[in-house]
Write a protein that binds this ligand. Structure first.
Ligand code: CUA
Length: 167
């Protein structure tokens, strides 16, 4: 088989850049421990309460003042634990005023779950052993259904919560 000189040059260029990029990726992943930013924090999935944010009294909506909120959630098949209300009933809806900044912190005690307030740019994979967090501002009033978008078992489709942003 005859290869034209320029064809050879470009083949070598193409293959070597591929090898170079793979090497950079491997260096980052295996030697530098690079991983997705949202999974920077580790946690013991069998004892999430050891982490202050996931103690029962800190679950759900925490008003930090000045329009800043922290929402702590423990995901498990097939529920988002947002704490309990004054009547000891599980909370399923979070209400915040328009323009609020919310930091979501979510972890899982069993399998991989998803966390996606539908119609927003918040879309996280929730893995046992990690705290997935994302901060965003809610400027558009409305009712957002928070859905689990990672198949997590037989009750996957029933796993949801609600976020209400009011005027
Ligand atoms: Cu949890 Cu799907």
């Amino acid at each position: 088989m005859h290869l034209h000189k320029y064809e050879k040059i470009w083949l070598i260029f193409g293959i070597s850049s591929l090898v170079l990029f793979l090497a950079i990726l491997a260096y980052g992943a295996f030697w530098k421990g690079t991983h997705p930013q949202s999974h920077a924090e580790v946690i013991d999935p069998d004892n999430v309460e050891a982490h202050e944010s996931f103690q029962p009294e800190h679950l759900g909506l925490n008003d930090m003042g000045d329009g800043q909120y922290v929402v702590n959630i423990v995901a498990s098949a097939f529920n988002y634990d947002l704490g309990k209300d004054d009547d000891e009933k599980p909370v399923n809806t979070i209400r915040v005023p328009k323009g609020s900044t919310i930091l979501f912190q979510v972890t899982s005690t069993d399998v991989v779950h998803g966390f996606n307030p539908a119609g927003t740019n918040v879309n996280m994979m929730v893995e046992p052993g990690y705290v997935s967090s994302y901060e965003t501002v809610f400027n558009k009033p409305g009712t957002y259904t928070i859905v689990c978008n990672e198949y997590c078992g037989i009750g996957h489709h029933m796993m949801h919560a609600t976020l209400e942003v009011y005027e």
